[in-house]
Design a protein around this ligand. Structure first.
Ligand SMILES: [Zn+2]
Length: 224
């Protein structure tokens, strides 16, 4: 009862905001109907990422195409402090995963940010999405990965440079054990898949049984 009362109070103080128009919305329907009707969705939602040149493929589900209103909104979410948009994205991401019938997931985790960058931003957008997705799917959230090497910002680099840039940038958090688990790896944007592939590779090296990826958006480059 207290939990519900607190949640209602939080809703009055920090109302849900549609990530695309900024309008106040309901918690159970955070993307407003007017925006939902005209957003660019990924078709198909699932896309394959190859882990290494000789390695296996993993599946990544993405809700939107990274363009227009989605691009503008995600930039506000990442770079201009609109952390409140996480709820709207997480709701749509969780719904997509349910629709796709992904089952048997043990835990949700996220692509980590370096502690320095996180301190500068004040929040980690991928973690906010991961926690939101986990709570909506009734799954535990756990940080399995840490960023152990500061690298250049991916969006400034070519596809080949991105792969090199993220190599050995991540490791398993010491008190976590991915062995035998099916994990859902969450990030905000799937661009070339280099970061997701590197993170999934580290989880597989740690013994993960299966890694599925889920992002809010995917760029046109990702499909090529
Ligand atoms: Zn809207």
């Amino acid at each position: 009862m207290w939990k519900e009362a607190l949640s209602r109070l939080a809703g009055l103080v920090f109302p849900e905001r549609c990530p695309f128009c900024g309008g106040v919305t309901a918690r159970d329907c955070p993307v407003c109907a007017a925006c939902a009707a005209q957003l660019p969705f990924c078709v198909p939602h699932a896309c394959r990422i190859s882990l290494r040149p000789e390695g296996k493929d993993i599946v990544c589900y993405s809700v939107y195409r990274y363009e227009g209103a989605v691009r503008k909104s995600l930039q506000a979410f990442k770079f201009h402090g609109r952390r409140v948009y996480a709820n709207g994205y997480a709701a749509e991401m969780a719904r997509l995963l349910r629709e796709e019938g992904a089952a048997g997931i043990h835990a949700v985790t996220a692509v980590p940010m370096s502690p320095k960058r996180r301190a500068a931003r004040g929040y980690d957008q991928a973690e906010l999405l991961g926690r939101g997705v986990a709570s909506r799917l009734g799954l535990p959230y756990a940080a399995y990965l840490a960023k152990v090497r500061e690298n250049e910002l991916q969006h400034l680099l070519s596809k080949a440079e991105r792969r090199e840039n993220v190599r050995e940038a991540f490791s398993i958090v010491p008190d976590q054990d991915p062995a035998g688990k099916k994990l859902l790896l969450v990030d905000d944007i799937f661009t070339t898949g280099a970061t997701l592939a590197e993170c999934a590779g580290v989880l597989y090296e740690g013994g993960a049984a299966e890694v599925l990826c889920l992002t809010a958006a995917r760029t046109a480059r990702a499909a090529g």
